[in-house]
Design a protein around this ligand. Structure first.
Ligand code: ADP
Ligand code: MG
Length: 642
């Protein structure tokens, strides 16, 4: 590059190229949101400089108040959005407007592709996604053929211009600008001339950007020489609750949360005390696509005395409330506190604990007063909230009241208190079964005995369940017990009145039920060797001949599978094979064992086939596919011969 011929051309990162393609072709509705996005960026730029100026006040020299200006040029058919915020240097322009530096870009592109396909069929989910991902700048290409961004970094002395038609590449060249800040010039497409129209612009700004705390000024034109401020330019959270409309709340939520659904819940409070602060927090209606992405940034912005400090602060809300979006503004934090030191800040610690109490309290109210509405929240964010059960000891009791489960004993969602209220006489534990999904665990053979007795079992189907269960241990003094582990004694529990007769049969002492089964159990143990930990009689089976369970001291089977999947353990430990003494097949095999005094090839085959059968039900592979098919053929052949 020579110093004079100074125009350089760059290609967009591949993801940006794809994104621009989608922006240009499928997001035809709500084009007006481009203005919201550009104003939002301008406002962020002012926030960033205000923060930097805390330690470098010189950066503010030579300019008046922060402001955002919108100017139209009817002849040139351009719309310009300018700000005197932090600005961008050459590298910033290349990075910020040429790449997507966000976590979960791949996941996002996939979601966007799906949305685009839907959009072709008439939906517009894409706009929502674009917002969620915060690639707002590129929305300018919905209305512009060419976009020029001229910017000077605060404190810098060079200005650069970025130009692109949004088709694969952009150019960078030196330019001129009076002071710091950014001008985004849109060369409007033929079908976007409406954005030269003052009333239309005014309408869009009022609708989407009224909450912006920097004045948004529409510059006068030849026709109408007056400059006009279009927004209230007052941080929304500082205003009186009763003066704020739902729409205004929603727009602030869209801006800070980079989400375009409606808030499911809005919490706007002023807290006066040892530490005073205002919180304006939102719980989204929809699950953000990157909720489980490890390097996802937080969406609660911390302000100190109206100055934006950071939106990436773990010290503000705990991980299990990471679905919260919004703003916290405090008078009682030193403005000069560095972002790094926030973790240790005692005032912030108080705010965090106050916020957690407030959010959990409001959720509890909602759960009580509007259970159906709460169920919707639970389906969206329950698996995240549950993380608090093992992370937040202090609020564990409150969280235990908030958790909901699917269960074998009730339709819909059940709370732990409701479960305990339905426990049977003699039942001293909260039974649960864990697995991939409710439908699948509901079919588990291990539940047969529970169902026959009318004993309810909770379905634990989120991976996080395995972790808090071991940490929590009990609810209202009733221990959690796995239905697929040893140490379950159903005979002590009184079943429903109608089941009495059956109960009496089933509740026969173990010795009686076991009568005649010893030789079979012994034969199975010999045949299976170390493939099983033990072979035992079961009282949890009524229909199936066998099932697997984990030893009472062992890890839950589902947890083991999870750990293996994540390579935390090498293999699964040997399980206990439980057999159903009332099943005709088992009875028949017991007869054979008795007769043959244990040793017979048919018993060997039966032992392995039954074990494999139990493994299949658990979603695990058979031990040895060749051996399995050989044994299966053997047994079928004998069956046909008989
Ligand atoms: P986001 O705002 O979510 O970061 P955008 O696509 O809207 O994503 O903007 C991309 C980046 O471009 C911003 O993060 C910022 O670094 C930069 N940027 C955009 N507009 C401006 C502006 N007016 N002033 C300074 N930087 C800007
Ligand atoms: Mg943006």
């Amino acid at each position: 590059m020579t110093e004079t011929a100074s125009k350089e051309t760059f290609s967009f990162q591949a993801e940006v190229g794809k994104l621009l393609d989608i922006v240009a072709h499928s997001l035809y509705s709500h084009k007006e949101i481009f203005l919201r996005e550009l104003i939002s960026n301008a406002s962020d730029a002012c926030d960033k400089l205000r923060y930097e100026a805390l330690t470098k006040p010189d950066l503010l020299a030579g300019e008046g108040e922060f402001r955002i200006e919108i100017a139209t040029d009817a002849k040139a058919k351009t719309l310009t959005i300018s700000d005197n915020g932090v600005g961008m240097n050459k590298d910033d322009l290349i990075d910020a407007l040429g790449t997507i530096a966000r976590s979960g870009t791949q996941a996002f592109m996939q979601a966007l592709k799906d949305a685009a396909q839907k959009a072709e069929k008439g939906g517009d989910a894409g706009v929502n996604l674009i917002g969620q991902f915060g690639v707002g700048f590129y929305s300018a290409f919905m209305v512009a053929d060419t976009v020029e961004v001229t910017s000077r970094r605060a404190g810098g002395d060079t200005t650069w211009r970025w130009t692109s038609d949004g088709k694969g590449a952009f150019e960078i060249e030196p330019a001129a600008r009076a002071g710091r800040g950014t001008d985004v010039v849109l060369h409007l497409k033929k079908d976007a001339k409406e954005y030269l129209d003052a009333p239309r612009l005014e309408n869009i700004v009022r609708r989407y950007s009224d909450h912006i705390a920097v004045p948004v000024i529409l510059k006068g034109t030849e026709k109408d020489a007056e400059d006009r401020t279009l927004n209230s330019a007052l941080a929304l959270w500082t205003r009186d609750k009763k003066d704020i409309t739902d729409e205004q709340y929603a727009e602030l939520y869209h801006h800070v949360g980079m989400a375009y659904d409606e808030p499911w819940m809005t919490l706007h409070n002023k807290v006066e005390g040892v530490v005073s602060y205002t919180n304006l927090l939102f719980i989204p209606t929809e699950r953000p696509f990157n909720l489980f992405h490890p390097d996802r940034k937080g969406s609660v912005k911390l302000y100190v005395k109206r100055v934006f400090i950071t939106d990436d602060c773990d010290a503000l809300v705990p991980g299990y409330l990471r679905f919260l979006k919004g703003v916290v503004d405090s008078e009682d934090i030193d403005l000069n506190v560095s972002r790094e030191m926030l973790q240790e800040n005692p005032a912030l610690r108080k705010i965090k604990s106050g916020l957690v109490k407030r959010v959990l309290g409001e959720l509890a109210k909602k759960a009580e007063k509007a259970p159906d509405d709460y169920a919707k929240f639970w389906e969206t964010f329950g698996m995240v909230l549950k993380e608090g059960l093992h992370e937040d000891f202090e609020n564990r009791e409150k969280l235990l009241d908030l958790v909901r489960f699917r269960s074998s004993g009730a339709d819909g969602w059940t709370s732990l208190a409701d479960y305990v209220g339905r426990m049977k006489d003699g039942q001293d534990a909260i039974y649960y079964i864990s697995g991939e999904d409710a439908e699948q665990v509901a079919k588990s053979p291990q539940l047969e005995g529970f169902r026959a007795k009318g004993v309810e079992v909770l379905y634990m189907t989120d991976p996080v369940d395995e972790f808090w269960l071991s940490a929590v241990g009990a609810f209202s003094e009733k221990p959690f017990k796995s239905a697929t582990r040893g140490g379950v004694d159903l005979s002590k529990i009184k079943g429903a009145e109608a089941d009495k007769a059956a109960d009496e049969q089933k509740d026969k002492p173990a010795e009686e039920k076991a009568a005649g089964l010893d030789p079979l159990i012994a034969a199975f143990k010999v045949a299976l060797g170390d493939k099983v930990k033990d072979v035992r009689l079961s009282d949890r089976l009524t229909e199936s001949p066998v099932c697997l369970i984990a030893d009472e001291q062992g890890l839950d089977m589902h947890l083991e599978r999870l750990l293996k999947q994540h390579k935390q353990i090498d293999g699964l430990s040997a399980r206990v094979l439980e057999i159903n003494p009332t099943h005709p097949l088992i009875k028949r095999l017991a007869g054979v064992a008795e007769e043959k005094k244990g040793g017979d090839p048919i018993l060997d085959d039966a032992a392995f086939l039954l074990l494999d059968q139990a493994r299949i039900v658990e979603g695990e592979p058979v031990l040895d596919p060749q051996a399995f098919t050989r044994r299966m053929s053997n047994v079928m052949q004998k069956g046909l011969a008989a």
